[in-house]
Write a new protein. Structure first.
Length: 74
């Protein structure tokens, strides 16, 4: 059985920021997983780490994803 390793490529400060990143990954055919900080979402707070969304991609696509992020920022 092959176990896929995931690499953290981005930590978004809000869900709306994460949607932009995830949409770009989908458009490029890059699979992703996310983890969300829940208390900030419950109270709609996105400061000091509350409301963070961490986005992970397969280790073998991490460089592609990082290049995509560079393009998004420019």
């Amino acid at each position: 059985m092959l176990i896929m390793k995931w690499e953290l490529i981005y930590t978004a400060s809000s869900e709306s920021e994460a949607v932009v990143i995830k949409s770009a990954l989908i458009a490029e055919g890059i699979e992703y997983k996310e983890t969300k900080e829940s208390i900030g979402r419950l109270y709609a707070i996105s400061m000091n780490g509350l409301g963070e969304v961490k986005i992970y991609v397969p280790e073998n696509r991490a460089e592609d994803a990082k290049e995509l992020l560079k393009d998004l920022k420019s």
